[in-house]
Design a protein around this ligand. Sequence first.
Ligand code: GLY
Length: 340
Amino acid sequence: MNRKSFLKVGALTGVATAMLGRTAAQSATKLSGPVVVSTWDAGLRANKGAWEVLGAGGNALDAVEKGVMVTENEINCCVGLGANPDRDGFVTLDACIMDHRFNCGSVAFLERIKHPIAVARRVMEKTPHVMLVGDGAQQFAVSEGFPLEPRELSPDAKKAYKKWLENSKYEPQINRENIENKGHGPFAPAQIDGEWNHDTIGMVGIDANGHLAGSCTTSGMGFKMRGRLGDSPIIGAGLYVDGEVGACTATGQGEDVIRVAGSHSVVEMMRQGFGPEMACQKVIERIVKIKGDDVKKIQVAFIAINKNGVVGAFAIHKGFSYALKTNTSEVLVKAKSWFN
Ligand code: GLY
């Protein structure tokens, strides 16, 4: 594929693949030139932010940082300081970032800092470490000039927390009606009492030089135990990039992504020759097998891009969409899923 002949190949579609007694029609869109893809509807706006960099010939790392900062700035249930708090009423944030050369940085359990993704990048670039957590991460952020924001919950979060306190019960499970009819993502209208209540903005992209990068940022599960971390700040779980192979990021029930080293596993599947969509499907299949009946209670989805700019995604349940942007297109794509 010539990178300069832009947006050509519509589809490598229709490769029927039998897996565990089911047949999955695999489709993928192969693109050349810059591509950015991110999770959920909020990804449309995040992609625009990333495109300010990619469209001007900038690099993928800057793009994925800038892109998810758009979502960190918005008020939503699950990303940034406006998001739902933990069960003690505090918003704690997790984020990580990775480039095509295995450089990576991460922050977790970070409080009162508006842009955890930017702090994760500073960890990557200015410390000998990969990961900083809690007070240490906050101290580092402040030393780097990030302002300490007030502890104040957003009005939406206050309301949701008050409602949650009525029962003080967290049950990560899917409300199918909510997902299928209202869509869900960071702006899901209801996030408590049995309704799906968390997800993440994850973004992977490739720039005009063919360099890959990825980012991932979240407040994690709403009303989580204090100190709980999900997959999002964990390199290999919520995000992984191998510049010679591809990149992947995850959204959904972090515990079950961590169990299978989700994003790393997807990239390894691509290394073995699977296209991005099938690579995502293979790892979803693994989670489905591990969870047994409990799989009905959780959602996990992966989005992936390979070094040729081919994009793919797969989820456990239907309702997951991802946003894709290239030089010539800007779309929200419904991902295929294990259960339909
Ligand atoms: N995937 C985000 C989390 O579980 O925290």
